[in-house]
Design a binder for this molecule. Structure first.
Ligand code: UDP
Length: 240
């Protein structure tokens, strides 16, 4: 597939850690959430249809708790509930600045979120409402990267925008090899053959099978998110 830009419908994947101020003990930084919300608003105002999948790693990771003796499925449910807290924070900040949005949860929690119903979600996206997909897939043993791949596939999104702490995909680990080059674009096949980690294997194969391109970019610098959301070249585009 070719470059999806400019795209009309996107899924933004935000890790839980993206909401934390580096070095702070607060799991969620209201200031960071506000900054993210205002960059999202700029893009929505240009007509972008947006779904957001948020992780929960700022509170909890199922695999880590499980490595320390907790039952994995239980630990994963705790992790999914953590994503709901992040989703509510993002919803609050978006609503506050006048962006129409709703949280849809894969685990029913009807006092604070709508249940995820695919048909309703599509309808909301069509109307320009931002949907924040909470509680991951609703099943343990998956990740929120996989959730992003799944929601992008079923919502017919043009792209996944994965906000991370690195500015793209490199030909080798830039921490080990100072000469490592960053790709502007790279194919799924090349990533597979060279074991370049873009997402976990389940998420990666869903994207590859369903031909959903992924943009990997650094959320850190101000303006990066708004560039990514506005289809401007940034980070690395991974494509079919
Ligand atoms: N999780 C899960 N099923 C899902 C999505 C998430 O069980 O479909 C759990 C899992 O324990 C994971 C936690 O929720 O560790 C938080 O999600 P993730 O680690 O993907 O968050 P991120 O690293 O993006 O902040």
């Amino acid at each position: 597939s070719k470059d999806p830009r400019p795209f009309k419908r996107a899924i933004l994947k935000l890790s839980g850690e993206a909401l934390r101020e580096p070095g702070s003990t607060d799991n969620i930084s209201p200031e960071i959430v506000q900054r993210i919300a205002s960059e999202i608003k700029e893009a929505i105002d240009t007509g972008l249809q947006l779904g957001i999948v948020v992780g929960g790693g700022n509170f909890w990771r199922g695999a880590s708790a499980s490595a320390r003796g907790m039952d994995r499925a239980t630990a994963d449910y705790v992790g999914m509930l953590a994503t709901v807290m992040n989703a509510l924070a993002i919803e609050g900040a978006l609503s506050h600045i006048g962006v129409k949005c709703t949280v849809m949860s894969a685990i029913e929690m009807k006092n604070v979120a709508e249940p995820f119903i695919r048909r309703k979600a599509e309808h909301q996206l069509d109307k320009g409402t931002v949907i924040i997909f909470a509680a991951g897939t609703g099943s343990p043993f998956f990740s929120t990267d996989t959730t992003a791949a799944l929601r992008a596939s079923e919502m017919g999104a043009d792209v996944i925008l994965k906000a991370t702490q690195v500015d793209g995909v490199y030909c080798s680990d830039p921490r080990k090899n100072p000469d490592a080059k960053r790709f502007d674009t790279v194919t799924f096949q090349h990533c597979l053959e060279n074991r370049l980690n873009v997402m976990d294997a389940t998420a990666f194969s869903l994207c590859m099978d369903n031909d959903i391109p992924i943009v990997i970019f650094d959320l850190g610098p101000n303006g990066n998110l708004s560039h990514a959301l506005r289809s401007q070249p940034i980070g690395t585009l991974v494509h079919g």
